[in-house]
Design a protein around this ligand. Structure first.
Ligand code: GCW
Length: 680
């Protein structure tokens, strides 16, 4: 059944004409030494399954190439035939690969080669992707290596199997039955991630329980690490800063205490006994009530280095989060992380990487890029994207996040002159860092389709693809995904692409248009709540963000306001500070403007706001209609579930619009513009 379980590892028979073209090219599979290596075995299993399924004919497994139509998967060390070809592998590093059509000893075929078995793994998945997307093998010549080193999923999964901000069931980690029972799903999880190049996973929530570092749980994490290892995936854990007190019996977690340093050193040694290739720690400290170094009057660098020194002898890293803002701090929340971290540039140990959310507040439908990107040249910074849609309609709404990721990665920080994109900050090229990373907060759960809907899978997929190559466009990734997930029917592709590429802006329009942010209902963040203004922490109130009153709306972050613009490089600051140049998308993020402010459309601000809400609703309805038109091209199971979700989205887009406009109208006291849709 098409229940979505297979993700992008679907290998149904290709169209007959395409299949017939491929068959002679993929007759025999040669993977030297696969008997000894779990990774090579995994490759062989995948290729047999993939080629066998797509072409409805299993390739023959051979020791040595014996005829045309071979696929040789080997490093120069494992195959003399590869060695003899002298492929240019130097530039491919540890994980890159080369796929090339070639002739060996008179036989025509395809070689997948690399410097390591991990490279072979990624190359083999790429070969399968070529078939899934019906790309020609004739003359194929692909050379690629990942631009970013650590490409990791962050699971906000708790030890009781609940998932913070998870909307696809329970955690897939069955802690109770681990380590003895290994759900086959763990292997499929590893396959799916390897197929898109994800090479790390943080198993537990950043709001961490110290229990995850106890022997009982380390044994469970080790069992998962054993499953993932052949697929090139390392395990990391979120560490609770106060663990030395909670599970270590110490009376302090102060980084300056030698007993505390000793405790972490010993803990690291213990962890590496369980998991010899353990990746390291992810830490949320002094953020939203979590313990941290500031509890002892120490700063983030002192806290991060404490853990980094414990991991250092074993090769582990600390991913230290910059998502911090304090209770009772009067500073604009959008400025606080920069204020805390930028002065510490140069003070972090070399195995610390600071993990920064894409924007300065919190995964809002649209935010400007975080001002820390480019502002800490001496410190490696990694990106944190959210794949789960906490603020974008959970798993129910369709919002393809590719365009949002692309917008952020391509944003120019001007940190070292024009062209200093966020992508170049995080791939290390701008400031010459070797330690590089990108994290995605997973949208994975125990649901049969992993992510709560078919289209949500595309967000996991695009995260992986862009982590490998941040210069990819959202569109080309969406096209691949549609072909793999459904088919390459041109109507389906055209309509599907339209839907995906319009969907994120649609959500922005009906939730937080024109650069507004954080208008969601309290706590769960589902549905509108712009009227909320009485929460104890002011910066949790939507009113803190929109600042709407009789005269106008928006957050003034110019010099006259919070001056958050000054945290950006001068060229960027000047653009953001200008009402005319900032652009519609972020207008009210940076400016407080009167309701009658004239917009480029000829409407005034109030009319424009209403127009955007209407436009969002219209887009949500369009998604629904477009999908309906595809019914004959899609299997009933996935068609129906998606159709139902799109109906929910269209209904809730109206809810968002009507509630938001009703509220803003009660403040602005303005008439609804003529021609705008009447609230229902
Ligand atoms: O987006 C917010 C979420 C919290 C989350 C926090 C964070 C894990 O509402 O649930 O906590 O961000 O990123 O730490």
């Amino acid at each position: 059944a098409e229940d979505g379980y297979d993700l992008w590892l679907r290998y149904p028979p290709l169209e007959k004409d395409i299949r017939d073209q491929y068959r002679p090219q993929l007759q025999r599979l040669v993977i030297p030494k696969s008997e000894q290596s779990p990774t090579l075995k995994a490759i062989e299993r995948e290729l047999v399954r993939g080629v066998g399924g797509l072409l409805e004919r299993r390739p023959v497994i051979e020791e040595r190439i014996s005829g045309d139509g071979f696929v040789l998967v080997a490093t120069p060390q494992s195959s003399r035939d590869v060695r003899a070809q002298n492929f240019p592998l130097k530039a491919l590093g540890e994980e890159g690969y080369l796929i090339r059509a070639t002739t060996i000893r008179g036989h025509k075929g395809t070689v997948v080669t690399a410097n390591s078995e991990r490279g072979l793994l990624y190359g083999s998945f790429h070969l399968l992707r070529l078939l899934q997307t019906r790309s020609a093998l004739e003359g194929v010549n692909i050379e690629t290596r990942p631009q970013i080193g650590l490409r990791v999923l962050n699971h906000w999964d708790n030890l009781d199997r609940s998932v913070e901000r998870g909307y696809a069931g329970q955690s897939i980690w069955d802690w109770w039955n681990l380590p003895d029972i290994l759900d086959p799903r763990y292997t499929d999880y590893a396959r799916a991630n390897a197929a898109i190049g994800v090479n790390g996973t943080v198993l537990n929530n950043v709001n961490a329980s110290a229990d995850s570092l106890t022997p009982r749980y380390l044994a469970k994490a080790a069992a998962l690490a054993d499953v993932f290892r052949p697929y090139g995936i390392r395990v990391y854990l979120s560490a609770r800063f106060s663990a030395p007190v909670e599970i270590g019996g110490l009376d302090t977690a102060d980084p300056k205490s030698s007993a505390v340093q000793r405790w972490w050193n010993e803990k690291a040694e213990e962890i590496y006994r369980y998991i010899p290739d353990f990746g390291g720690f992810l830490v949320k400290a002094n953020s939203e009530g979590q313990p941290g170094p500031q509890d002892y009057g120490r700063n983030h660098a002192e806290g991060a280095n404490l853990l980094a020194r414990a991991l250092k002898p074993h090769g582990g890293v600390v991913m230290w989060r910059a998502f911090v803002y304090q209770q009772d701090n009067p500073e604009d929340r959008a400025k606080q992380a920069y204020s805390d971290f930028v002065p510490l540039d140069g003070q972090f140990d070399d195995n610390v990487i600071v993990q920064v959310k894409n924007g300065p507040i919190d995964f809002q439908p649209r935010e400007p890029f975080h001002p820390m990107f480019g502002a800490m040249p001496k410190t490696p910074l990694m990106m944190e994207f959210q794949i789960t849609k906490e603020y974008l309609g959970f798993a129910s709404h369709l919002a393809y996040l590719g365009p949002m990721y692309e917008e952020v990665l391509r944003a120019d920080t001007f940190a070292a002159g024009p062209g200093s994109t966020v992508a170049k900050v995080i791939d290390g090229s701008l400031h010459g860092h070797r330690l590089t990373g990108i994290a995605g907060v997973a949208n994975i759960g125990s649901d049969r389709d992993w992510s709560g809907s078919t289209f949500n899978q595309a967000n996991w997929y695009v995260f992986g693809r862009m982590a490998w190559d941040p210069r990819l466009s959202a569109e080309e990734v969406a096209r691949d995904w549609l072909k793999i997930t459904f088919s390459d029917n041109p109507v389906l592709l055209e309509t599907g692409l339209d839907m995906m590429l319009a969907s994120h802006q649609a959500v922005v329009d009906y939730m937080t248009p024109l650069g507004l942010a954080h208008l969601m209902a309290t706590g769960h963040h589902y549905g509108p709540g712009p009227w909320v203004s009485d929460l104890a922490r002011p910066e949790w109130n939507p009113a803190y963000y929109h600042r709407a009153d009789k005269y106008g709306i928006g957050f003034d972050r110019t010099r006259e306001g919070s001056n958050a613009v000054a945290q950006y490089a001068p060229a960027v600051a000047a653009r953001f500070a200008s009402r005319n140049d900032v652009g519609d998308g972020l207008l009210l993020w940076f400016h407080h403007l009167p309701w009658d402010h004239p917009m480029p459309s000829g409407r005034d601000l109030w009319q424009e706001l209403v127009h955007r809400y209407d436009r969002g609703v219209a887009s949500a309805q369009a998604l629904q209609n477009q999908w309906r038109s595809l019914e004959p091209l899609i299997d009933p199971e996935r068609f129906d579930k998606t159709a139902r979700l799109l109906a929910v989205q269209a209904r809730e887009a109206k809810w968002w619009r009507d509630a938001s406009i009703a509220y803003f109208q009660s403040v602005s006291k303005r008439e609804l513009p003529r021609g705008s849709a009447k609230p229902e």
